[in-house]
Design a binder for this molecule. Structure first.
Ligand SMILES: [Zn+2]
Length: 353
């Protein structure tokens, strides 16, 4: 196998004002063979209602594409969509929505071998362009499935500016969490005597840097939306090149997985959870956490566990559980022997006085 056959890159990455109004034109200029092919638009009913005009326009532009309101982001739904696509000779799937829709549509396209065009309505995490889909598999338990990355990604900056602020903050949090993820990835390589993928590392680091050192902090501005879109896509591509989620997921993600698994009552988005987890991870790694706290707060993301309803005991328990949620993944949690006293100290430091 040669170097280049190991990974794919999207053919089109367009981040433009009103991109969805000209989606056929943009896609046609990159992938002329797609235009005129039978297309299915996968979305959710509330998004179809909210963005009725835009989605109807996209449907018209793609030859009267059927609009499919998916029920839930689970494996069976993705398979049902793939079945429909194969039986009805549909060649193109457009995913129009947030993370749930995009993961389901991406996996359906992967199974059915349809061309997948990703049209996010929010920028809540880096799964947008990643080679993974997180779907409910057995009951409500979620599982990560490997899949092909999108052929085209179209970001409409006006659409993102209108999305709820919390979703954009979640995308920022997911990007800022790369700092500790990359440290853990290097640590793991050192422990196992292997090399990390240098390019995947560099791309993920640049993704972090672009958001960390961004002068524009107005998250509704076009400049910022462009930077964040690219940062999230770069995160996805880093995972594609590395062939794993390691460039974007370390001990801070284990913290988020532990919340999801053991404290489902805590209402915190993925991006906020990994951003919050990044601070203790940074401290465990022996790095100075103050600039990370500063930048996270500068975007308006709280690093105070109390603001998410996380008590001192829960905080300590989540970190103990984080050691066990994904065994086989070496992170700083395998190295440090933190105890309740140390976790309480970190908690107190994070709580806003
Ligand atoms: Zn993430």
């Amino acid at each position: 196998m040669n170097q280049h056959s190991r990974f794919n890159l999207p053919i089109c990455l367009a981040v433009e004002e009103d991109a969805f109004c000209r989606s056929d034109e943009i896609i046609g200029s990159y992938l002329p063979e797609v235009i005129g092919q039978k297309t299915l638009i996968v979305s959710e009913q509330f998004l179809i209602n909210t963005y009725k005009c835009k989605i109807t326009e996209i449907s018209r532009d793609f030859g009267g594409a059927e609009i499919y309101p998916m029920n839930c982001a689970d494996f069976d739904e993705a398979v049902a969509i793939a079945k429909k696509v194969c039986i009805e000779d549909i060649k193109v799937i457009i995913g129009f929505g947030g993370g749930r829709v995009l993961d389901t549509a991406k996996y359906a396209a992967h199974i059915s071998k349809a061309v997948y065009i990703c049209m996010p309505t929010s920028l809540s995490n880096d799964s947008l362009a990643s080679p993974f889909a997180v779907l409910e598999a057995v009951g409500n338990a979620r599982k990560t499935f490997a899949c092909k990355i999108p052929t085209a990604i179209l970001v409409d900056t006006d659409m993102i500016a209108k999305a709820p602020k919390g979703q954009t903050l979640s995308g920022i949090g997911d990007t800022l969490s790369k700092h500790t993820a990359l440290f853990d990835w290097k640590l793991s390589a050192k422990k196992t005597g292997t090399h990390i993928e240098d390019f995947a590392y560099a791309i993920s680091r640049m993704s972090f840097d672009s958001v960390c050192h961004c002068d524009e902090k107005d998250i509704k501005s076009r400049v910022f939306i462009r930077i964040l879109s690219r940062a999230l896509v770069m995160g996805g591509l880093a995972m594609e090149i590395a062939g794993s989620s390691r460039p974007c997921s370390g001990s801070e993600h284990l913290f988020a997985h532990a919340i999801e698994e053991y404290y489902p009552e805590i209402k915190i988005s993925h991006g906020m959870a990994v951003a919050l987890g990044s601070i203790p991870s940074c401290i465990f790694q022996g790095q100075d956490a103050s600039s990370l706290i500063e930048i996270t707060n500068a975007y308006g993301i709280s690093t105070d566990p109390v603001s998410y309803g996380i008590t001192k005991d829960m905080f300590a328990d989540i970190w103990q559980k984080a050691r066990t949620v994904r065994t086989g993944r070496i992170t700083i949690l395998d190295e440090v022997k933190y105890d309740k006293v140390q976790l309480d100290e970190i908690y107190d430091r994070l709580v806003r006085k």
